[in-house]
Design a protein around this ligand. Structure first.
Ligand code: AHR
Length: 322
């Protein structure tokens, strides 16, 4: 299998993966300015806010009109938001599909309406929608690798703690599917570790706290919590404190995202390890749009690089966290 091309956050690196024919995709004219849609999934956490700000800042810098919508955690609303952008005849659409299946039909509708779609952050089920045919490319992190990195850290640093509660992200979303796969596959190869419970916390702090409370009661032997994002990890820290346990010591807490609040918790010893999921899409997303208009071909995936935060580097990394 070919490795996806990798890019830094501010500049496109040379594409080394195979590029796609893109024969079915709508053309985008080279213009001084564009009217571009950005159909956000929700705005309930620092990661989403950082992503939105990055997109808005870049559009403003370039003098483009950004048609912004917030689906407020409703996949049905996100579908309607994309349809509204098609009706408004935007030049192109940036889409982070909240779930990996229900957005496939509107991506096809945009293509039929002559509007190129660039997927950012979350992906669509490749059985339903194809890069180079239905949409231009997917720009985002390698979520499988994020889960693998968390598991690799745990295997090396567990100190005898082996009973894991997994707090999953939004059911049916590509980061929840892939962060689970990446983590669980590594754990399955290390038989002394056991996932004692795995349940969705919907990427939400409050839901993560509630689910962690319930699962900690049902599994008093649990001594590791792996959360698919910072919000649920922060919720789990509250649940542990409420249960009279010391997060980071009695129970290891592991997370993905790398927002300031979670990185501060690594500094404070309440969270043990965080793999970043970089939300700063603006520069690379708009550069991709310009390059697409200029006729450049893209691979199916353009992968962003993510750093990580551990007890040794968190203090130094904190100022750079979003
Ligand atoms: O798609 C990325 C995930 O979605 C982030 O980890 C999470 O915080 C967000 O809501």
């Amino acid at each position: 299998m070919k490795k996806p091309a990798t890019i830094g956050m501010l500049a496109l690196a040379l594409v080394t993966g195979s590029v796609l024919a893109q024969t079915m995709l709508p053309k985008l004219a080279v213009k001084k300015t564009y009217k571009v849609g950005f159909a956000q999934t929700e705005s309930n956490n620092p990661w989403r806010l950082a992503e939105t700000k990055s997109m808005q800042d870049e559009a403003k810098k370039l003098g483009y009109q950004l048609v912004y919508t917030d689906a407020a955690g409703s996949t049905a609303k996100q579908v309607a938001d994309v349809r509204s952008m098609i009706a408004q005849k935007v030049d192109a659409i940036f889409l982070p599909p909240r779930e990996d299946k229900p957005l496939a039909p509107v991506v096809a509708e945009a293509r039929k309406a002559g509007i190129p779609v660039i997927l950012i952050d979350r992906n669509i089920d490749p059985k339903l929608s194809k890069a180079g045919t239905d949409y231009v490319t997917f720009i985002g992190s390698n979520f499988i690798m994020q889960g693998q990195r968390v598991a690799d850290w745990l295997v090396k640093n567990a100190g005898g703690k082996t009973n894991i509660i997994e707090l999953e992200g939004t059911t049916g979303s590509s980061p929840a599917n892939d962060r689970k796969k990446g983590f669980d596959d590594v754990i399955a190869k290390n038989p002394k570790f056991k996932i004692v419970a795995s349940q969705t916390g919907d990427f939400s702090r409050d839901k993560g706290r509630q689910v962690a409370e319930t699962l900690l009661q049902a599994h008093p032997e649990a001594n590791v919590i792996y959360a698919h994002n910072d919000e649920m990890a922060i919720g789990a820290v509250s649940a542990l404190q409420a249960a009279g346990k010391t997060p980071g010591k009695d129970v290891l807490v592991l997370s993905i995202d790398g927002g300031k609040e979670a990185v501060q918790m690594v500094v404070d010893g309440k969270i043990n390890y965080v793999v970043e999921s970089n939300p700063r899409f603006g520069p690379v997303a708009f550069k991709t749009l310009q390059d697409y208009a200029a006729g450049k071909k893209f691979p199916a995936k353009v992968v962003l690089s993510d750093r990580d935060y551990n007890p040794e580097n968190a203090k130094e990394g904190l100022p750079g966290a979003y």
